[in-house]
Ligand binder design. Structure first.
Ligand SMILES: Cc1cc2nc3c(=O)[nH]c(=O)nc-3n(C[C@H](O)[C@H](O)[C@H](O)COP(=O)(O)O)c2cc1C
Length: 322
């Protein structure tokens, strides 16, 4: 399938794996890229420029296809060494960067000068327009359904995508709630040029996370996610568990007086315990409502093949027959 996104990134299928903390390692990124999509290494999981350089090198050993690095810009008292991370990305010749979090304008000139394509992940039309105006090449439009941080507007993709299509000139992919060929065709009908998936890619054989995480997604329904940290204006969609229920009790009790320190046990440093040790009650971890559509743990290659053949079948048979 040829779209503006496949052309822009030099990939075969318009399917992107979004950056995911403690999931987006070289193994997953390479598997997605080898299957014809665009895989993504999560920069901040590596933390230091040296470790990121090593992860990029590992990915290059596993694939000769294009892949991306995600840079998430978070407010932090001790910010990561973003210029150092960017230098490694440029030196290694990584062709695409997925930015997320706050406005990446400060870092765009260095990336653009190096010929790197930048896709910015946004949860609103106004942020998408901003990304376009500062020179991003594409946008990943992340609807309210998404796993991770859906922003504070709560606009689902059935509205957000056509609104983005009305306003944007640069291509965009649909992100949040995407799982299969139906999602892809629907996203394209709403104006997107492809799709970005997070949660669906975790439940694959290639995702380098504990089996318990994959099974938790398979066992979850669309009713099992919760929104946390709303009063901190840092809303995150996570899979419900004991730690999340404890956290939500604190949110209820403290209301607007809630501070990050009150919930630190449930959110800080929990990813390694969950993703690598499989201790599922260790804390809150991002997961999309799309878990309700995930019922298997295929290889990434099979997942992407099935998405493309289902999309083809819908376009050529079902839609033609109406
Ligand atoms: C476990 C997990 C961790 C994530 N970590 C990040 C991250 O570090 N940076 C980022 O930009 N997005 C992150 N995301 C968001 C994904 O890249 C993607 O935008 C989102 O999962 C799309 O929604 P979906 O889960 O419904 O497919 C994460 C998502 C999940 C599920």
């Amino acid at each position: 399938m040829k779209t503006k996104i496949t052309e822009l990134f030099g990939i075969e299928h318009p399917i992107i794996q979004g950056g995911m903390h403690h999931v987006g390692f070289a193994e997953l990124a390479a598997a997605v890229s080898n299957a014809g999509g665009l895989g993504t290494i999560t920069g901040l999981t590596q933390g230091t420029p040296e470790k990121l350089a090593n992860e990029i090198a590992r990915c290059k050993e596993m694939t000769d296809k294009p892949f991306a690095v995600n840079l998430t810009f978070l407010p932090s008292l001790t910010p990561p060494d973003y210029p150092g991370l960017i230098k490694e990305i440029i030196d290694a010749g990584v062709p695409v960067v997925e930015t997320a979090g706050r406005n990446p304008a400060e870092y765009l000139p260095a990336l653009k000068e190096a010929g790197i394509k930048v896709i910015h992940k946004c949860t609103s039309v106004r942020h998408s327009i901003k990304a376009q105006s500062i020179g991003c090449d594409a946008v990943s439009v992340d609807g309210f359904e998404c796993g991770g941080h859906p922003g504070e507007d709560d606009i689902p993709n059935f509205i957000l995508l056509p609104r983005a299509a009305e306003e944007l000139e640069i291509p965009f992919v649909a992100s949040g709630g995407m799982a299969d060929g139906r999602s892809l065709v629907a996203a394209m009908a709403l104006g997107a040029e492809g799709m970005n998936m997070g949660t669906r890619f975790i439940a694959t054989q290639d995702a380098p996370v504990h089996q318990n995480v994959k099974e938790a997604i398979v066992n979850a329904t669309e009713l099992d996610t919760r929104l946390i940290m709303r009063s901190l204006t840092n809303t995150e969609r996570v899979l419900n568990n004991e730690a999340v229920e404890r956290l939500m009790e604190k949110e209820k009790a403290l209301g607007d007086d809630l501070k990050f320190e009150d919930i630190i046990d449930e959110v800080a440093g929990v990813y390694p315990k969950i993703m690598h040790e499989g201790t599922m009650e260790a804390g809150a971890w991002s997961c999309g409502m799309v878990a309700g559509l995930v019922n298997d743990i295929p290889t990434v290659q099979d997942l992407i093949n099935n998405i493309m053949s289902q999309a083809d079948e819908i376009i050529k048979s079902k839609l033609q027959n109406f």
